[in-house]
Write a protein that binds this ligand. Structure first.
Ligand code: PNS
Length: 174
């Protein structure tokens, strides 16, 4: 049997229980799984910087021996070749994800036929969950229970409070 090294790429801003479910399942399927955080120039105003996201992902996956966390820049397929990875893992939550995922998988395969994209269906209970929606609910003070690991939820709350106190200038008031 061939050694399968898979890359699970994403923004992970922040990592959710949906991402973790995919990481656990992926770690059972592949010999090695690299969770790769993309330095994405297009995304405006991230909640966490790259190192913070890496930190949280590492803490959440420390018990999985064959999983590592990394940050990458540039083309995903170039990163896959650099890491000797032969697969990309992505999750599909709903039909709405399919079109974008299909486009990315086909384009990546055209650029680099040595790399295959493999999909796992997201667990039903996380099928409505996304980092974007988590950020929005958190900014508006809504409930996050069950969506994020406890430690991540705490850091999200702290980060939002910090950002809000900076934007209103209350951090200057002693
Ligand atoms: O978590 P996300 O935001 O859905 O992840 C998107 C990601 C990071 C997988 C995608 O934007 C990506 O692969 N970026 C790297 C740049 C690249 O290779 N672009 C061409 C894709 S066909």
């Amino acid at each position: 049997m061939k050694d399968i090294v898979a890359i699970y790429p994403g923004s992970f801003d922040p990592v959710t229980n949906g991402h973790l479910d995919l990481i656990y399942r992926g770690s059972k399927l592949f010999d090695r799984l690299i969770v790769a955080i993309a330095r994405n120039m297009d995304k405006a105003e991230p909640l966490f910087d790259m190192e913070e996201r890496k930190d949280m992902l590492e803490a959440m996956t420390s018990q999985l021996d064959n999983v590592t966390v990394d940050i990458f820049e540039g083309l995903l397929v170039a990163y896959c070749i650099q890491k000797n990875a032969n697969a990309v893992l992505r999750g599909i939550r709903a039909i709405s994800d399919y079109e974008f995922e299909l486009q990315m998988a086909l384009m990546n395969h055209k650029m680099e036929p040595r790399v295959e994209t493999l999909f796992l269906m997201s667990a039903e209970k996380y099928s409505y969950l996304s980092s974007r929606i988590v950020r929005e609910i958190a900014k508006l003070g809504g409930p996050l229970n069950g969506l994020l690991p406890e430690m991540v939820e705490e850091r999200v709350r702290r980060k939002i409070a910090q950002k809000q106190s900076y934007s209103t200038g209350t951090h200057l008031i002693k």
